[in-house]
Design a binder for this molecule. Structure first.
Ligand SMILES: Cc1ncc(COP(=O)(O)O)c(C=O)c1O
Length: 303
C-alpha cells in the first residue's frame, strides 16, 4: 500500500502522478547513486504555508551539482518555481518535507556521464515524539566519511550509505540513532543531522571542517544563540569523552529540527530529559518556522 500514491510529483518538466515518476534501473543514478538532493521543510502558519530557508537550500543544491560535475546545472530559480507550484498543487495543510533530486539518467557507462534529470517530491511529515522526549545515541563504530574520499559538504545520494550503516547499527543495538566520529577521531555528526552540546554553560558544535554537511539548521541555531539567547556559541573540535560531562546535547537538521539527546552510549545527559537551553532554542526555532514570530531575517518563502 503506497500512502503517497495520490500525490503529484514534478518530474523533468511535468507534474505527474506519483507512480509515473520513474528512473531506469540502468541509469547511473541507480547503479552508482549518482545524484544530489535537498531536504526542505514547509510549515503551516496562520497566514498560509511558508518554506523555510528555501534560498539557502537551493544555493547548496547548485553547489552540489557543480561539485558532482553534472553535464547541466539546474539553477535555484529553475528549481524554485516548480517546487513552489508542486506544494500548491498537492494542497497540503500540514508540515511538508520537500525533496528536489537531480540525478544522472540514461545509459551512461560511467557514473560521470549522462543526461541529467530532475524530480521534486513533497510529502507530509508529522513531528516525531522524540522531538519532545529526546533520543538515545550510540557513538558509531562506522566513521563519518572523509572529504578525502567523498565530499562531505555535498548532499550526494551516495554519501547516505555511510549514514545508513551508522543508523542501522545503532537501531540493531537498541539506540534511536548514531553519532559518528570523523577520521581525526573527533565528533562529526549524526546520519542526517548535526550535533550540539552544552558544556560548562557554553553551546558547542563541531567546526564546518569536521567532515560534516554544512547544515542550514546548524547556521540557524548559531544565529538564534547569538540573537535570541544572547549566548556566544563555540565552533571547535569535540572529543568523545567530553560528551559524558555535557549538561545538554541535541541534534539539528531540517528533518530533525532540534531533537534533544538524553543518553549517549548509556551515559545519561544532564538529568535525562531535554535541557533548558535546548528547550529555549526549540521554542525560538518552532516560533520562527511556524510563523509565530516576525520573519526579520527573510527566512520564510510564502507558497
Ligand atoms: C548528513 C547530514 N548532516 C546534517 C544535516 C542537516 O542539514 P540541514 O540543516 O541543512 O538540513 C543533514 C540534513 O539533511 C544531513 O543529511
Amino acid at each position: 500500500m503506497n500512502k503517497f500514491k495520490n500525490l503529484t510529483v514534478y518530474f523533468n518538466g511535468e507534474f505527474l502522478p506519483w507512480e509515473e515518476a520513474r528512473v531506469h534501473v540502468f541509469s547511473p543514478a541507480v547503479k552508482y547513486g549518482a545524484g544530489v538532493f535537498e531536504g526542505i521543510c514547509a510549515y503551516m502558519s496562520d497566514n498560509g504555508m511558508n518554506i523555510f530557508r528555501l534560498g539557502e537550500h537551493l544555493a547548496r543544491l547548485e553547489y552540489s551539482q557543480q561539485v558532482m560535475r553534472f553535464e547541466r546545472i539546474f539553477t535555484a530559480e529553475e528549481i524554485g518555481l516548480p517546487l513552489k507550484e508542486l506544494v500548491k498543487r498537492n494542497g497540503f495543510n500540514k508540515t511538508v518535507h520537500i525533496r528536489p533530486t537531480i540525478y544522472v539518467d540514461g545509459t551512461g557507462e560511467s557514473a560521470a556521464a549522462g543526461p541529467v534529470g530532475i524530480s521534486i517530491t513533497a510529502v507530509e511529515r508529522p513531528r516525531p515524539t522524540i522531538a519532545m522526549e529526546g533520543c538515545s545515541v550510540q557513538i558509531s563504530s562506522w566513521q563519518r566519511l572523509a572529504d578525502l574520499s567523498m565530499p562531505t559538504r555535498v548532499k550526494a545520494n551516495a554519501n547516505y550509505n555511510n549514514s545508513r550503516f551508522a543508523a542501522m547499527q545503532a537501531q540493531v543495538d537498541g539506540y534511536t540513532t548514531a553519532l559518528m566520529l570523523n577520521s581525526r577521531g573527533h565528533i562529526a555528526e549524526g546520519p542526517g543531522m548535526c550535533f550540539f552540546m552544552v558544556r560548562g554553560g557554553q553551546v558547542v558544535t563541531p567546526t564546518i571542517t569536521s567532515s560534516i554537511l554544512e547544515s542550514i539548521t546548524r547556521d540557524t541555531i548559531l544565529t538564534l544563540c547569538r540573537d535570541e539567547l544572547r549566548l556566544e556559541p563555540i565552533e571547535r573540535d569535540i572529543e568523545r569523552s567530553e560528551l559524558f560531562s555535557a549538561s545538554e546535547a541535541f541534534f539539528c537538521g531540517t528533518a530533525w529540527e532540534i531533537t534533544p539527546i538524553t543518553n549517549i552510549d548509556g551515559f545519561v545527559i544532564g538529568d535525562g530529559g531535554p535541557g533548558e537551553i535546548t528547550g529555549l532554542l526549540q521554542k525560538a526555532y518552532f516560533d520562527i518556522v511556524e510563523g509565530r514570530t516576525a520573519d526579520k531575517r527573510d527566512w520564510l518563502t510564502p507558497v
